[in-house]
Design a protein around this ligand. Structure first.
Ligand SMILES: Nc1nc2c(ncn2[C@@H]2O[C@H](COP(=O)(O)OP(=O)(O)O[C@H]3O[C@H](CO)[C@@H](O)[C@H](O)[C@@H]3O)[C@@H](O)[C@H]2O)c(=O)[nH]1
Length: 316
């Protein structure tokens, strides 16, 4: 079985590669010339890397023709919400064009493969507090250009399934974290600041944005297991929530991290970290996916945050 991971050098891509290798799957992954390889350095002898610019149809055609994967996990994306405010067109173009190029190449070469699309809970956007937990039937009310790009990816998956019979499964994943999480994302950003303060590399002041937002966090190692099951057992043309089923405020997540450290830290709001419109609550209902695949999250949140903090302690 040959699996292709787009964005293999990223946070989720590197964990998925580890998971697939343990499952005796032959792993191929796309990288770009400027990709940082530190997350997959330890896998270099076990995975096959292909340089590919997903925005370029010729590059993607060559990729699909050469690799001929049985499974495609499409993870590559501009995935940081604030960046999408600064460069909305780039985010939408990158996330949408890359996926259309993959679909068109699979179609052109008549490839019999299953495709997982990494969609997002951000698609739900504005959620009234009476509308949680969020099921796949909740309204889609996107609040950022990033969310719009994910809605487009989601609906393209449905359209290519209906129009051409492509085996596409969309996973709407709620927030996920763990070792190797990019330092811009809130859990990693706070953990890195704490690790730096512990080492005396930074004054004991931790900068934060909106601490009232509520998020549903799952460990990335549970998430990659879900992606595998989505293609093994999920129905094509369907969308599945991947979530933990509980949520906390960002303040509570910060308190947990602080409780794992012994240093005294002052908390300061940094206005630059506030967003034009923030999604205030994301709390997912993953029962549709559980019924289909038996999946449920296994790793407790405290463990995830401890592993994340230790990850940063080891590298700052
Ligand atoms: N990044 C960041 N966020 C902060 C900070 N302080 C508070 N927050 C709040 O913490 C929440 C989470 O922010 P992020 O970690 O940046 O993630 P996100 O915007 O929820 O998006 C993530 O989850 C999506 C799934 O729901 C993913 O699709 C997306 O790619 C990303 O991983 C947001 O409400 C944000 O306003 C801060 O200093 N930095």
């Amino acid at each position: 079985m040959k699996a292709l991971i787009t964005g293999i050098s990223g946070f989720v891509g590197s964990h998925l590669a580890e998971y697939l290798l343990k499952n005796n799957t032959e792993v191929y992954g796309t990288i770009r010339h400027r990709s940082r390889m530190n997350h997959i350095q330890h896998l270099m002898n076990d995975v096959n890397l292909v340089e590919c610019e997903l925005r370029d149809p010729f590059s993607v055609e060559n990729l699909i023709q050469d690799v001929k994967p049985d499974l495609i996990f499409h993870l590559a994306a501009q995935s940081f919400v604030p960046t999408s405010w600064n460069s909305p067109i780039d985010t939408i173009h990158n996330n949408v064009a890359g996926q259309v190029n993959i679909f068109e190449a699979v179609r052109r070469f008549n490839l019999d493969c299953k495709i997982q699309i990494a969609c997002s809970s951000e698609e739900y956007g504005y959620v009234d507090p009476t509308e949680v937990p969020i099921t796949e039937l909740n309204p889609i009310r996107p609040l950022s250009p990033y969310a719009i790009s994910k809605v487009a990816q989601d609906y393209l998956g449905y359209q290519y399934y209906k129009s051409y019979g492509l085996h596409v499964v969309c996973t709407r994943t709620f927030n996920h974290t763990g070792p190797r999480r990019g330092e811009n994302f809130v859990t990693s950003n706070f953990a890195k600041q704490i690790a730096e303060i512990e080492k005396g590399l930074k004054a004991p002041v931790l900068y934060v944005g909106n601490l009232q937002a509520q998020r549903d966090f799952t460990d990335v190692r549970d998430v990659v297991h879900a992606y595998w099951l989505a293609l093994e057992k999920g129905d094509p043309g369907e969308v599945y929530n991947i979530a933990s089923g509980s949520c906390c405020t960002i303040q509570e997540m910060l308190n947990l991290l602080l409780s794992l450290s012994t240093v005294q830290i002052e908390i300061k709001e940094d206005p630059a970290r506030l967003r034009p419109s923030d999604v205030e609550i994301l709390l997912g209902d993953y029962s549709k996916f559980h019924k289909k695949t038996g999946w449920k999250p296994e790793i407790p949140f405290t463990q995830t945050m401890e592993d994340l903090l230790n990850y940063w302690r080891a590298i700052v």
